[in-house]
Design a protein. Sequence first.
Length: 149
Amino acid sequence: MIDPFDDTYFMKRAFQEAEAAFEKNEVPIGAVIVIKNQIIARAHNLTETLNDVTAHAEMQAFTAAADYLGGKYLKDCTLYVTLEPCQMCAGASYWTQIGKIVYGAKDEQRGFEHYKTQLHPKTKVIGGVLEAECSELIKRFFIEKRNLN
């Protein structure tokens, strides 16, 4: 039987958040947090809007999910994010004890794997889900930014 709520399905929801960020002239990264096939948090980058370097999609999603659950631990949750988390977001994921991280595009320069940032020992990681689409949106954003300047 095909599971309609697979990693691709939820990454598409995260991608919708990335598109919302793109429309707001934010770096187009989106995230959703899921528990038992239910999205409990949706977020995208808000660093420009909030003038806050910590307002990454993942950080916004962690806060919303913890609020929804009424607790800071996200052990039974999965984070879907369109770009490999940075060191800050990976560090925050450690403290949330999130069960699984699924990301789209790899971030060769700033991603947590490049810096070998420690995740919680029980956190599973899957990369490359909708990688081409996620990567293309980010590249398009920065190409347009350069052409405007």
